[in-house]
Design a protein around this ligand. Structure first.
Ligand code: SF4
Length: 397
């Protein structure tokens, strides 16, 4: 018998919560940013909301030259300038004009928590007062930023701390880039973010349009210029959006799998009732045939939870699933958090599970837990303090 309480409220996700209709029917291009669709008359535009192509288009529509966008991109993303007045290769008249109709936002850093392993958890306050977290993880020469996509999350995974906040809203492109730029400013001189993983708060594929705009800026040669292969998008398993992502951008995909049977996954990840394991792995096989994916493996994220999914039978089913696609397994011993309904398996149980995987020949590693002393490890992102009042209790086991 499963030790998980079945929360009927959590599994009744509406169409809108799962997949906004506009995002299913139309795959946006990098040109179609949220900003270009939503500028109200008399409202100052936020330059961080624009891909370069969208900004070029914007200047052309204003009767100006497209190269203004390239100049502005260089100032923001290469020089780190946050004040339009400092963009000295623009004429004084142009700067004055820009100051009237445009702004460059920055997110307020509410708090930075430093882990003994060098990981930093950063709490940002957004313009509407909502808060999100990002995590900077230095490992050797690589500095990875884990970035949030939504305030809270509607998908209600039972093991996830963010889920306790309930559904929230999508972040804008400017809010994605605000996390990137605000986190980069905390790095020592000469250090830069080398990798970005969309594994923070929320489901990135629900925020599809702004995700694509953000990927476009991050990879822009006049922007942060990160290789697409250094960007990883994690999903709980929204099948139509996985294919749209593969058709749109050559990024890496990580799938939050966490279970090896539908019965198990239904209980800990309500999204499975919409897209079950068969649908998910059929989708992955189609996804991996797309030209953007070529030989890329998908990472199967597997949070190991005591007495839930940590048996030798689970390990054997996981091997079978892993062999059905090009994949590698990332084993994540459950990170307990305040009020957590589950337990982390013993070190012996974790080692035995990993041993079964590795003996079989599938590619499997145990994720090195980073920042767990500051609740920055996987599945632990949620707001403390002020946001406690909006957190809903998890049901009893
Ligand atoms: S694991 Fe991801 S998709 Fe699931 S509730 Fe948490 S943030 Fe949402």
């Amino acid at each position: 018998m499963s030790a998980i309480h079945h929360d009927t409220e959590a599994v009744h996700l509406s169409e809108t919560q799962l997949v906004p209709a506009t995002e299913v029917t139309a795959a946006p291009t990098a040109l179609q940013t949220a900003a270009s669709a939503s500028i109200a008359p008399n409202e100052r535009i936020d330059l961080l909301d624009f891909t370069r192509e969208a900004l070029e288009q914007y200047f052309i529509e204003q009767g100006d030259k497209a190269f203004r966008a390239r100049q502005i991109f260089r100032w923001i993303y290469k020089q780190g300038v946050t004040d339009i007045a400092e963009m000295t290769d623009l004429s004084r008249a142009m700067r004055e004009h820009l100051l009237e109709f445009a702004t460059i936002s920055s997110l307020e850093v509410v708090r930075v928590m430093d882990s003994i392993d060098g990981t930093k958890k950063i709490l940002f306050r957004l313009k509407d007062g909502a808060q999100v977290e990002a995590v900077l993880i230095p490992i050797g020469r690589r500095i990875t930023l884990c970035i949030s996509s939504q305030v809270g999350c509607a998908l209600g995974c039972r093991f996830c701390y963010t889920a306790t906040m309930g559904p929230g809203r999508n972040l804008t492109i400017a809010e994605y880039m605000g996390q990137f730029l605000g986190s980069a400013r905390l790095l020592p001189e000469g250090k830069t973010i080398t990798n970005v993983v969309f594994m923070g708060m929320g489901e990135p594929l629900i925020n599809f349009q702004n995700l694509i705009g953000t990927l476009s800026i991050l990879t822009d040669e006049l922007g942060p210029k990160l290789g697409a292969r250094r960007l990883t998008v994690s999903t709980a398993g929204l099948c139509p959006q996985i294919l749209k992502l593969g058709e749109t951008f050559p990024v890496r995909l990580a799938l939050s799998l966490h279970a090896t049977t539908d019965a198990q996954r239904d209980q800990i990840m309500p999204i499975n009732q919409r897209y079950n394991l068969k649908a998910l792995f059929d989708t992955l096989r189609t996804f991996q045939k797309l030209p953007t994916q070529q030989s890329l493996p998908v990472t199967l994220e597997y949070t190991l939870i005591q007495d839930i999914n940590d048996s030798p039978e689970d390990a054997k089913r996981l091997i079978k699933l892993s062999r059905s696609v090009r994949s590698k397994i990332n084993l994540i011993p459950y990170n307990e958090h305040p009020g957590a309904p589950y337990k982390r398996p013993s070190q012996e149980a974790i080692a035995e599970f990993l041993r079964i995987l590795q003996v079989s020949g599938v590619l499997a590693t145990e994720r090195q837990t980073r920042g767990d002393d500051i609740l920055a490890a996987c599945g632990q992102l949620a707001l403390d303090g002020e946001a406690k009042k909006i957190r809903r209790p998890l049901p009893p086991r």
